[in-house]
Ligand binder design. Sequence first.
Ligand code: NAD
Length: 436
Amino acid sequence: MKICVVGVGYVGLVAALSFAKYNNDIICVDKDINKIKQLNNGIIPIFEEGLEELLNTCIKNKKISFTQDLDVAIKKSEIIFIAVGTPTNDDWSVDISQVIHVANEISKAINKYKVVVIKSTVPVGTNDKIKKIFLNNGLNDKHFDIVSNPEFLREGKALNDFLNGDRMVLGCESKRALKILEKLYRPFNTKLIFTTPQTAELIKYASNAFLATKISFINEIANLCSKVNANIETISYALGLDNRISAEFLKAGIGYGGSCFPKDTKALVSIGKEYNSSFNIIESTIEVNENQRLLPVKLVCEHYNDLNGKIISIFGLTFKPGTDDIREAPSLYIINELLKKGAKIKCYDPMVSNEIKNIYPDIIYCNNIYETVDNSSCIIICTELMEFYNMNLKELAKIMNYPMLIDGRNIIDMEKAKKSGFQCYYSIGNGSYDNN
Ligand code: NAD
């Protein structure tokens, strides 16, 4: 099938390559000329396992190409995916201007029947808005169908998730469009759910809000564990063995981040307000998360009354392992607060990109953990990168100015930290001590 994907970010690129893998012919369009140049040369602008190999295979087999020319790409394709960004406005509503802009451009380029698929996460009613744009631009039902097809992939496992997703939701009332998409998704190892556009649009927000709520829930239990000397890891394990609950998203820590959960939870509250439908649970989920990500700052401030001039070492900057994405990462909020309190920041993340260097040009980016802790008064683990699990804690404690560790992801055993010479250790509901 001939397919156009507009917007080759995390979602668009993974979708495009997955379709190309199954022998479809893909033209990708992006407004970012640097991305287009890199991709045509076989270079992936983001980090995501398995993408670079697949890109080079697809380029070699002439199954994928990248361009800025939307008009030509639309004319050559029978299915068009919109996968541009939908950021949050200050009032928590969703900024769908990129989607609207692209929809306008597509409607002007349509030469014969096309299926236009909205992959971006959009609020309820966006499908209808786009349909109106197409009709206002002189098109009718014979020229197009619009389908809502939200994406559920996780960064860090994006390709595998797309190829083997739990479900693929298709929101549309046109049998003609659904037949085409059913054929496209047939080789994928997934369950197809056919529904209305409104239901499809809402499924995405409901899924992310539910998962975010699970995280905030377990974090509140963890905070209680710290006070009553209970152990969150055992509690999470026991909860997870209950099939009705499931073990996923029950890991206590310093909260969720990334490009989806923070944005989509706020969007759901905003959509609720628009329809006079309250979302007390989601509002609390957001509030709990905002406090949780600053917990390490509270702990380090309780230990040292004054942080002025103290070096704090941040281990991991991305919002989770396996990605280079720092959008809404808890580390950024922690660094911000520590800087306000006069601390000096040294950080280490092998995935660190120029993006964060532009946000914080004055903090020190180190090449390894040992450089990062030199003269430091506290380590804060923000991301559970593999290399942090088996660090030489004795060596780290020796180099530090004062060996204090805040394990924001519960990956270091408390007894091991104690034996290695750490004078002060905090986890998230998994034990703590302070020898002072
Ligand atoms: P992204 O920012 O990584 O990519 C968006 C791309 O769209 C960029 O490359 C940008 O240059 C391009 N773009 C913007 N305007 C354009 C235009 N007018 N013409 C052509 N290209 C244009 O975003 P993303 O993370 O891939 O997210 C895309 C959508 O998918 C969002 O709605 C997001 O909520 C949703 N989503 C994201 C994830 C995720 O894990 N990142 C998962 C599921 C759903």
